[in-house]
Design a protein around this ligand. Structure first.
Ligand code: GUN
Length: 283
């Protein structure tokens, strides 16, 4: 039987509409409009698309968005100076530096410069640490968006065996923590994992975020599992595909996210949720 498709676009639309209502309510009460500052350095086309989508979502939901575009030769000091300025600007609630950054810039140094309560990406070690000790302040957008999707579709996480494929700072590691916070038994797989197929086959919930097209084979999926595909890979013909072999996986899974239209829209909705949260911290 074919899996139920998890419609991230629809869940994100509902979340954004709820956020828009909350922002309108703030405005009625005379509270300031939540403001997200997005910094894009260089001319990576995929990053430009992501940043544009974030801006459009902000405008639709009544958030203020400020964009800062810097050339690819920007130095680390120049970027840090802009982060400092935004940290000190009381009108700015959230700061997002789009990754990847050009190679002359140490990304970690930049992420650590953002004040933790303005770190709407949740990448600052302070925010990562708070997630580790079960007291999150800002939760990384993609893993939090995945948890929202699971909840929206009534997927029980507690006690389930979850396997995360990929151990990046943006997706895999925080996803492992989110699932653990929801009391799953979690295994995280990476390039040195032995018997990846066996690990995936043991999972009730699979989250794939490796950035390699069709890396997780459909035949590895346990019948009845829930499959969440975080990958967005552009193929030579211009089409998008995920990290999971969708067509075969969907014949085994109970539920599966499509690419596009699965996790991607949830990342943006969650970013706005975090920006509103940052504004509330600031009130
Ligand atoms: N590049 C790819 N995904 C992300 C993300 O979630 N946040 C930032 N800042 N950059 C990214």
């Amino acid at each position: 039987m074919s899996a139920q498709i998890i419609d991230g676009k629809e869940v994100a639309r509902q979340r954004l509409s709820m956020l828009a209502d909350r922002v309108a309510e703030r405005k009625n009460k005379g509270l300031h409009t939540p403001c997200l500052a997005v910094i894009l350095v260089g001319d990576d086309p995929a990053s430009a698309v992501y940043v544009r989508n974030k801006k459009i979502a902000c405008e639709k939901a009544g958030f203020e968005s400020r964009s800062y575009e810097m050339p690819s030769e920007t130095t680390q000091d120049e970027l840090l100076a802009l982060v400092d300025e935004l940290n000190g600007n009381p009108d700015v609630d959230g700061i997002l530096v789009q990754l990847p950054l050009p190679k002359q810039i140490n990304s970690q140094a930049v992420l650590e410069r953002i004040l933790p309560h303005k770190d709407v990406d949740g990448f600052h070690p302070y925010n990562v640490g708070r997630l580790v000790v079960k007291m999150p302040l800002m939760r990384p957008c993609t893993p939090k968006g995945v948890m929202t999707l699971l909840e929206s579709y009534g997927v029980e996480v507690e006690g389930k065996k979850a396997v995360v494929v990929g151990a990046s700072n943006i997706v895999g590691r925080p996803q492992m923590l989110e699932l653990l916070l929801s009391r799953a038994t979690v295994t995280i797989c990476h390039s040195k994992t032995r018997n990846l197929a066996e690990e995936v086959a043991s999972a009730d919930i699979v989250v794939a975020g490796v950035g390699i097209p069709n890396f997780v084979k459909g035949e590895w999926i346990k019948p009845g599992a829930v499959v969440i595909d975080v990958g967005i890979n552009r193929l030579d013909d211009g089409s998008l595909c995920g990290d999971v072999e969708f067509e075969t996986a969907k014949e085994r899974a109970a539920m599966i996210t499509p690419v596009p239209g699965g996790v991607g829209p949830m990342t943006i909705a969650t970013l706005l949720e975090n920006t509103l949260h940052a504004a509330e911290l600031h009130d």
